[in-house]
Design a protein around this ligand. Structure first.
Ligand code: ZN
Length: 751
């Protein structure tokens, strides 16, 4: 399923915040150094203030040269005082602040005030206590309408609607890039709950306040405090406690998530090894978000009530406890965790529903449409998603890489290698090299070349098949054909899947050919006469697709270099205004040239632009009708039927795409409604429906009522061979062997 909200939660928000904010910290301190915090916190939400005492224990083996550990950074205005005799803090000039101060400024749009202190410790001492207090309030920014792919960022919040504090807030002393263990005792307003990592070991209402303690003996990258006026639900899920915290009472909703938690923990325990924390909590956030933290997830009120989230974004967030929040990411060499999580959550669920091929094609489609030579980066340079292109690489290319690894080593070795990687790297930061090492240790093969070509090299292979020739050879047939890699740069080493349809046989003959050079002339001996060859018919290779392999879809307009938006001169004043505002707020990438015109200003549609046509009144509507001819869709002045669903001019909004009639490399899209109120919502929603060819919406929000892709009419990766004179013509390719999902479980989460 690729519904809008599952896509949003997957594409917009599901980066652990520690990645977003942590990645710019220079690695001056060994990541193995672990600092212990024993925090006592009083939250006063109505004054936005917190009071903290923290007892800090520095690592046992402090190298004498490791001066960085003798400095800590704290949120500004908290005025830390030493509680340990002989220990002093000396505030440093602002110029000594770590780079992260600036990274916060750019990530949140408002400068997070930070202060840096030198710690003067008596010789041999490594434990000291401090206290501090002050206000923390940084509001979230409205999302930039020009960038529908970025995440709404917030540095920290303590207000009547809730508390959100993370390592990025610097609400506790941070020395550098260290790892931590902690306990946190919190006194909070009576009706509040507060969630952190690990296990809750105290929960009491005393003296008109709530007292909560969380303990995390497991090593972490951050200390989170997240909460507010929440209602708690819980239920055991094996040895783990499933918890749900909602802002309004809703037993059926809570029960749905408690049950789903148990299901997915069972799935991933079986697949990867035991879940690493004592609880998993779903926490309803006071703003729309989709964060995954160690042992909990923070989702917005709208998102958790969308019916499909429980079987799409929710398992993705749970799986992040293995990848990203269990084995942490050493982002300096690239973020591997999003691709692996997408592969084992989003892709696995599609496999279990029999839709993996469609999912992989859509993944390759996004890469093909959004990534070009000027924005390609290797996976080692991907840290977090901030555009459609970076998502297509860091999620899409990476998940295809894991898919190819699985094809290469087989399901059993693939699973064993991931279990090994998990076991050996839990609660540590790991990189692609650690993954490569795990695969090499399980398979006994050197994985350096395969990791090098997909992880450190940017770009994608592009294939062509040609010169197919069939010759009888005794009782059998010989098929000779040529495969070429036409991408710039050196060859990729590829295992290219082939399916050959044979006369009189329902099942295709399937094989793979190894391609180590850019040109391969290969011969196959076949038991019956072949009449059709399909190259990579199930989209198992990471590669740039041919335009003709992809149905017309919105990605081709959102990703195009040159885009024309044509407004309808003949629409009424209100609609004209609505369309113009929509066009002016249109999502745009930095490399894109957008041209907004009235339809009366041009004589003919340009053939070198992707074109958006707005309005039933658009004078180029007939061009859309012509372009849609191959797809047998019925478009009249009253409306259109899409897969049997009427989408009317009077009541709905319609979005159709088609190839430009004069240049099939370009795509046209037509967006029309009589309901002005639906236009702002359409502008926000369409970027999340990128892989679709047609859409229908109802109401002001507007709500999607139908969506789909046109079928692919002729793929250059399929070759029809000259039929024998006496054989009947055939159309559909022979069937491919059924494939099993990586893991099947009896699985009763409601879809
Ligand atoms: Zn994710």
């Amino acid at each position: 399923m690729a519904d809008k909200a599952s896509c949003m939660a997957r594409c917009l928000w599901s980066i652990p915040l520690s990645l977003l904010f942590g990645l710019l910290l220079p690695l001056l301190v060994s990541a193995h150094q672990i600092i212990r915090h024993e925090l006592h916190v009083v939250l006063q939400s109505d004054h936005h203030t917190l009071q903290v005492t923290d007892s800090i224990t520095l690592p046992e083996t402090l190298p004498p040269s490791d001066a960085e550990l003798r400095y800590f950074t704290l949120h500004g205005g908290l005025s830390p005082l030493s509680l340990t005799s002989g220990v002093q803090f000396v505030r440093q000039p602002p110029a000594t602040l770590p780079v992260s101060g600036d990274s916060h400024a750019s990530a949140t749009g408002s400068r997070l005030p930070l202060e840096r202190y030198a710690v003067i410790l008596p010789a041999g001492a490594r434990t000291f206590a401090l206290q501090y207090q002050g206000a923390i309030q940084h509001t979230s920014l409205p999302q930039d309408p020009q960038d529908a792919w970025s995440m709404p960022a917030i540095a920290g919040m303590l207000a009547t609607e809730g508390v959100y504090l993370s390592g990025a807030t610097y609400w506790y002393p941070r020395f550098h890039d260290e790892m931590v263990t902690f306990t946190v005792d919190v006194q909070l307003p009576l009706t509040w709950e507060v969630i952190s990592q690990g296990e809750r070991t105290r929960h009491e209402r005393v003296n008109n306040a709530t007292h909560v303690r969380w303990e995390s003996p497991a090593v972490q990258e951050d200390v989170y405090l997240v909460g507010g006026p929440l209602i708690e639900y819980r239920q055991p899920a094996g040895s783990v406690l499933a918890m749900v915290f909602l802002r309004t009472p809703d037993v059926p909703l809570a029960q749905k998530y408690l049950d789903a938690t148990a299901q997915y923990l069972r799935l991933y325990n079986t697949l990867l090894g035991p879940y690493p924390y004592p609880k998993f909590a779903l926490v309803e956030n006071s703003w729309e978000s989709g964060y995954g933290m160690p042992s909990f997830t923070l989702l917005g009120s709208k998102v958790i009530r969308l019916p499909f989230i429980v079987s799409s974004s929710y398992p993705h967030e749970i799986l992040h406890n293995w990848w990203g929040n269990g084995v942490f990411v050493d982002v300096h060499q690239g973020n591997w965790c999003e691709g692996l999580t997408a592969y084992l959550a989003d892709h696995l669920l599609q496999e279990q529903r029999g839709s993996a091929v469609t999912y992989r094609r859509a993944t390759l489609q996004r890469y093909t449409d959004y990534v070009s030579t000027h924005n390609e980066i290797p996976l080692t340079a991907f840290q977090a998603r901030h555009s459609a292109a970076t998502a297509a690489i860091g999620y899409g290319k990476a998940l295809m890489f894991f898919h190819m690894l699985r094809q290469q080593v087989g399901d059993n070795a693939f699973i064993t290698a991931l279990q090994t990687f998990y076991r050996d790297n839990l609660f540590q930061r790991a990189d692609f090299d650690a993954l490569s090492h795990a695969f090499a240790s399980v398979t006994g093969k050197d994985m350096a070349e395969v990791f090098q070509q997909w992880v450190t090299r940017s770009g994608a292979p592009e294939l062509r098949i040609s010169a197919a020739l069939v010759q009888p050879d005794g009782q059998s047939y010989r098929l000779n054909a040529v495969l070429d890699q036409v991408q710039p740069g050196p060859a990729y080493r590829l295992q290219v899947p082939l399916a050959i349809s044979l006369q009189g046989q329902e099942q295709a003959s399937q094989t793979t050919v190894t391609m180590a050079e850019k040109h391969l002339n290969f011969t196959l001996r076949l038991p019956a006469q072949p009449w059709r060859v399909d190259v990579d018919p199930e989209f198992d290779l990471f590669r740039r697709l041919h335009r003709e392999e992809i149905p017309p879809a919105l990605t081709q307009l959102f990703g195009a270099d040159k885009v024309l938006l044509l407004l309808p001169t003949d629409a009424n004043a209100e609609l004209k205004q609505g369309y113009r505002q929509l066009a002016q707020a249109w999502p745009q990438t930095s490399s894109q040239v957008l041209d907004i015109r009235w339809d009366q200003e041009i004589e003919a549609l340009p053939t070198d632009h992707a074109v958006w046509l707005f309005g039933w009144e658009n004078r180029f509507l007939l061009e859309v009708v012509t372009a849609l001819a191959p797809y047998s869709v019925e478009l009249t002045q009253a409306g259109v039927r899409l897969e049997g669903t009427p989408v009317t001019r009077a009541q709905h909004a319609v979005v159709l795409t088609a190839r430009h009639p004069k240049n099939p490399q370009q795509t046209l899209a037509w967006v029309a409604t009589q309901n002005v109120a639906a236009l702002p919502g359409l502008g926000r929603k369409l970027p999340h429906y990128g892989t679709y060819s047609f859409l229908g919406f109802a109401g002001d929000e507007p709500v999607n009522i139908v969506k789909g892709q046109w079928s692919v009419l002729a793929s250059p990766m399929s070759l029809l061979l000259a039929p024998a004179a006496d054989s009947p013509p055939q159309e559909a390719a022979a069937q491919l062997a059924p494939r099993r999902p990586l893991i099947s479980l009896p699985y009763d989460v409601q879809h």
